[in-house]
Ligand binder design. Structure first.
Ligand code: SF4
Length: 343
C-alpha cells in the first residue's frame, strides 16, 4: 500500500471512531506518526491524559512502559490500551527487575534498619517495578517532576532507593548540592558492590541503569558542538551523565526543553541534547531560531512504530498488540503513579 493510501486510511478510522479512540504519541516518535496523534507529550503529560481519558481504546505510539502506564491509569470496563509496535521496549527499563529491586531493598533495610527507606522509580520502568515501588510506599517520577518527588521524600527525612536511571537521580542530587550523598548500586555485583558503611552513609542509593541513548553523550560532544556554535546555549536531558549535564546552561525534561525553545528570542542559537526526532521537529517548527543537535541520537525502540503498524492496529486490533498489565500488579503500580501525580 502506498504511504498516501495508508495515511488516508488511518485518518478514515480516526474519523469513524471519533471520541471513542485516543491516539497518544511520545515526543520521540517519528513525525509521520505524530501527525496522526490526538496528543503528543512526554511521559508525565501522556500519563495524565490517559488517566483523564474516557476513550474506549487508547493507542499508544511509544514504548511498552508508557502503554503499560496508560493501561494502569485508564483501566475500566470496556476500555483497553494498544500499541502498534508491541515489541518496542526500553533498554533502561529492562535494567531493573522487581526481583533484583526486592533483593536490594531487603539488603538496604537489613544494613540500615533504622533508616526510613523509600523507593522512587522513574516511569521508564516495567509495571512489575512500579508495583514494587507502590508496595513499599514509594512514588514514580518523570524527568520533569523527579526533583519534586526526591525533595518531597528528603523533606520527610527519608532515604531513597532510586531506579533505574542513575543519571537522572545524580543530576537531581547535583542540583540540590547533595551529589556526594549518592551511592551507586551495581546490579551485577554482590550487595550492589557497596560496603555496609557506604550504605549507612548514603542518602540516596542509585540503581546503575541508564538510557543508552542519552548516556552516550560525552564531554567531547559538548566541546565539538561548542566549537562549532560558540554563541549557542546548551539544553540537555537529565538522562545524560551528570558530568556532561553540568556543562549545560539548561538541564530539563523533554517538556522543559520544548518550553525553553519556545521562550527563546528570535535569532537565538541553541544546542539541544536529546532524541533527534524531537530536535528535528523543534528546528522545523522554529525557523526563527538556530537549533542544532548536540549529536544526533535516535532511540531505535521509539522508531519501531510505523504507519503500516499503526493502520494494522486500528483496523485489525491484533490480540498481540493489546497491552494489559497483570491484574495482580495494577493496584500497587497505580499507587506509585498516583502518588507522583498527586505531588
Ligand atoms: S530514549 Fe532511552 S529511556 Fe527513552 S525509550 Fe529509548 S532507551 Fe528508553
Amino acid at each position: 500500500m502506498e504511504t498516501e493510501a495508508i495515511v488516508e486510511a488511518i485518518e478514515r478510522v480516526r474519523a469513524e471512531w471519533g471520541q471513542r479512540l485516543l491516539i497518544l504519541g511520545h515526543h520521540y516518535q517519528p513525525s509521520e506518526i505524530v501527525a496522526h496523534c490526538d496528543a503528543v507529550g512526554d511521559s508525565l503529560e501522556l500519563s495524565r491524559l490517559a488517566a483523564q481519558s474516557t476513550a474506549e481504546r487508547i493507542v499508544f505510539c511509544g514504548v511498552r512502559f508508557m502503554a503499560e502506564t496508560a493501561d494502569i491509569l485508564s483501566r475500566g470496563p470496556g476500555r483497553s490500551v494498544w500499541m502498534p509496535a508491541p515489541k518496542a521496549g526500553c533498554p533502561m527499563a529492562d535494567m531493573a527487575t522487581a526481583d533484583a529491586l526486592e533483593a536490594a531493598w531487603a539488603h538496604l533495610c537489613a544494613v540500615a534498619p533504622k533508616a526510613k527507606w523509600v523507593p522512587i522509580v522513574y516511569v521508564n520502568s516495567s509495571a512489575e517495578v512500579k508495583a514494587f515501588c507502590g508496595r513499599h510506599g514509594g512514588a514514580a517520577c518523570t524527568s520533569g517532576n523527579g526533583r519534586r518527588v526526591v525533595e518531597h521524600f528528603l523533606a520527610q527525612g527519608k532515604r531513597i532507593l532510586f531506579a533505574p536511571d542513575q543519571h537522572l537521580c545524580t543530576n537531581i542530587m547535583r542540583v540540590l548540592g547533595r551529589a556526594d550523598e549518592v551511592a551507586l548500586w551495581r546490579r551485577n555485583a554482590e550487595d550492589g558492590g557497596l560496603t555496609d558503611a557506604q550504605i549507612r552513609a548514603a542518602t540516596l542509593v542509585a540503581w546503575d541503569g541508564c538510557c543508552p541513548i542519552h548516556a552516550g553523550y560525552t564531554l567531547q560532544d559538548v566541546a565539538t558542538a561548542r566549537a562549532a556554535h560558540p554563541q549557542a546555549e546548551l539544553l540537555i536531558h537529565p538522562e545524560a551523565p551528570s558530568i556532561v549535564a553540568a556543562r549545560a546552561e539548561h538541564v530539563g525534561s523533554t517538556k522543559a526543553i520544548i518550553e525553553s525553545v519556545t521562550r527563546a528570542e528570535p535569532g537565538a542559537e541553541l544546542i539541544v541534547g536529546t532524541e533527534d526526532h524531537l530536535v528535528e521537529r523543534l528546528a522545523a517548527a522554529n525557523p526563527h531560531l538556530r537549533i542544532h543537535p548536540l549529536r544526533p541520537i535516535l532511540c531505535a525502540d521509539m522508531g519501531r512504530t510505523t504507519l503500516e503498524a499503526l493502520l494494522r492496529t486500528l483496523t485489525e486490533w491484533p490480540e498481540a498488540n493489546q497491552v494489559r498489565v497483570d491484574d495482580v500488579l495494577v493496584d500497587d503500580a497505580k499507587a506509585s503513579v498516583e502518588r507522583m501525580l498527586a505531588l
